[in-house]
Design a protein around this ligand. Structure first.
Ligand code: F6R
Ligand code: ZN
Length: 186
């Protein structure tokens, strides 16, 4: 059923939304196969198994014509030097998506299967994901990195594509700027 016009309040202290739809929590144990250093990932999983990121969704449904929104919070940290990140996905029904930086420092890694791109993200930055580009978010700072995502309700989410093709680069902690390392060199 269509939903009524509505406003949603962003809870800046927690990254939550009010009113809220589902809130999803991804722990280290949910992120098998993501990080290059498997031993470091296993150690983190078998230890505290920390929450790496959370996704709060607005009540707008994932249905054709609608524009669902979500706020992702990636907690700071790294696994074997590789920054905390989202799983990453493709939209099987290729359509654009908008990200808007809310707090903290991070980046948007995009991959079309040939060429990776990196968009540094901070509060106030709009990152645009064109149709057909897989995308992953990375926290490159030492506080929670938060952003709003707005996407077409019938875009769909394909997580297998990234597991198969990678994202072109890995994002590692460097002396200053984050290091973008070719995926194949791991
Ligand atoms: C929606 C979107 C974001 C991500 C979220 C978590 O299309 O791109 O809301 O879903 O940042 O990342 P994933 O879905 O890759 O675990
Ligand atoms: Zn997306």
């Amino acid at each position: 059923p269509p939903i009524d016009p509505m406003s949603v309040t962003f809870r800046s202290a927690t990254g939550g939304m009010s009113p809220s739809g589902p809130v999803l929590s991804r722990r280290m144990s949910d992120l098998e196969g993501l990080f290059a250093d498997t031993a470091a990932w296993q150690e983190a999983r078998d230890g505290a198994d920390p929450v790496v990121y959370e996704v709060a969704s607005s009540p707008v449904p994932e249905a054709p014509g609608e524009l669902p929104q979500s706020i992702t919070t990636i907690h700071p940290g790294a696994v074997g030097g590789e920054f905390h990140m989202t799983k990453g996905h493709q939209h099987p029904n290729p359509q654009g998506e908008i990200y808007f930086g809310l707090s903290g420092t991070g980046g948007l890694l995009l991959f079309d299967g040939t060429t990776p791109k990196w968009i540094p993200m901070s509060p106030g930055v709009i990152g645009y994901i064109p149709p057909g580009w897989a995308h992953r978010s990375v926290n490159t700072g030492d506080e929670p990195y938060r952003f709003l995502a707005v996407y077409p309700g019938d875009a769909g989410h394909d997580y297998g594509w990234v597991l198969e093709h990678g994202m072109g680069w890995r994002v590692r902690r460097g002396a200053g700027e984050p290091q973008l390392v070719p995926f194949q060199s791991e």
